[in-house]
Design a protein around this ligand. Structure first.
Ligand code: P6P
Length: 337
């Protein structure tokens, strides 16, 4: 008899919960609700060209960026799912200036807070380029039952309880870690379930892909200019020249490099002195996944996960992926700073 055994995301969450004798299912419930919200957003994205969900909402978000209709929809769906989980007492999202406090009695007893970029790369939606959702889960610092406060959302990335992303691409995948390795689930639309497709993802220590927006070359630090030339030199022993792959959607670029090996770079530059990517809800969750898979993430000088955020929307230079490639980049930045 053929083996039709599939492990759905919910099967896996419950299975793994058994590894934690003291787990009461709170984190499991939170992850389950994130999975449900992801399916709802996926449904809209899949019809993006057909229903009135692409294009600008006419609003501008707190980043001063034109809000896409999908940004607004996804923000509302994930916030609503997190509230209904009863395990989350507040959310920080890219679309809102301040953290959202869940003041209802039930939710205010939640043990966790979530930081999320509901749709990363949303400007790509209108051109059918893949986009993603990125999330990060922490235990709250404030007492359960109290109102969540700003400091609950400004914890060092190394204290994350879990992190993950959804990539809405040729297939829709949810990849997450609770600190015990990284696992990937592919959505099977025929049964509406995320099914385990990439168990125990490990990223190669070396890769031959570098991902960076070379259009900003003249604005990069000297060390990054030199590293890009290093990637392009011929050196058979180290497999150079490397291949440049850049989709312009963090989750898609990172996911490809996580599986194949490679480095994603968004440096500080003359136009954006601290880079473009947000520490709290983009860099930290991606860094957590990278490290859990055997990779590393740096701001060019230090491990991203060791930075204590000062503000919700602060940016950071970001170098993430195969450990030997990130370390080489740090060397070039040090040599040529
Ligand atoms: P640039 C998308 O807007 C995003 O936030 C990330 O998903 C992506 O990696 C980056 O910005 C692309 O930025 O400046 O190269 O277009």
């Amino acid at each position: 008899m053929e083996n039709y055994k599939i492990t759905t995301l919910n099967d896996f969450i419950i299975l793994k919960q058994k590894d934690f004798p003291y787990a009461k299912g709170e984190l499991s419930s939170l992850l389950h609700h994130i999975g449900t919200a992801a399916k709802m957003v996926n449904k809209k994205i899949n019809k993006a060209g057909l229903v009135d969900i692409i294009g600008r909402s006419g609003e501008v978000n707190i980043q001063g960026e034109n809000q896409q209709k999908l940004d607004v929809y996804a923000d509302e769906v994930f916030i609503s799912a997190l509230l209904s989980s009863g395990e989350c007492c507040g959310v920080a999202t890219e679309e809102n200036q301040n953290e959202i406090v869940f003041s209802d009695t039930f939710a205010s007893k939640g043990k966790y807070i979530v930081c999320i970029d509901p749709i990363d790369g949303s400007s790509n939606i209108d051109f059918n380029v893949s986009v993603g959702t990125i999330f990060s889960i922490y235990r709250r610092i404030t007492q359960r039952g109290e109102k969540v406060r700003n400091e609950d959302f400004l914890q060092e990335g190394s204290t994350q309880v879990a992190a993950g992303y959804i990539v809405y691409g040729s297939s829709t995948m949810l990849v997450y870690s609770t600190g015990y390795g990284v696992n990937g689930f592919t959505l099977d639309p025929s049964i509406g379930e995320f099914c385990l497709s990439h168990p125990d993802i490990r990223t190669p220590e070396d890769g031959s892909i570098y991902s960076i927006n070379e259009g900003n070359y003249i604005h990069f630090p000297e060390g990054i200019k030199k590293y890009i030339k290093y990637c392009q030199e011929k050196d058979e022993e180290s497999g150079r020249p490397y291949t440049l792959r850049y989709i312009g959607s963090l989750v898609s670029d990172f996911h490809r490099n996580l599986i194949k090996g490679g480095i994603f770079m968004y440096p500080e530059n003359e136009l954006s002195p601290n880079g473009k990517l947000r520490l709290v809800y983009e860099c930290n969750p991606i860094a957590f996944i990278a490290e859990q898979a055997g990779g590393i993430a740096s701001d060019g000088k230090q491990n991203i996960l060791n930075i204590t955020p000062s503000t919700l929307h602060q940016r950071s230079p970001f170098y993430v992926g195969s450990i030997n490639m990130v370390r080489k980049t740090e060397e070039f930045l040090a040599w040529f700073s």
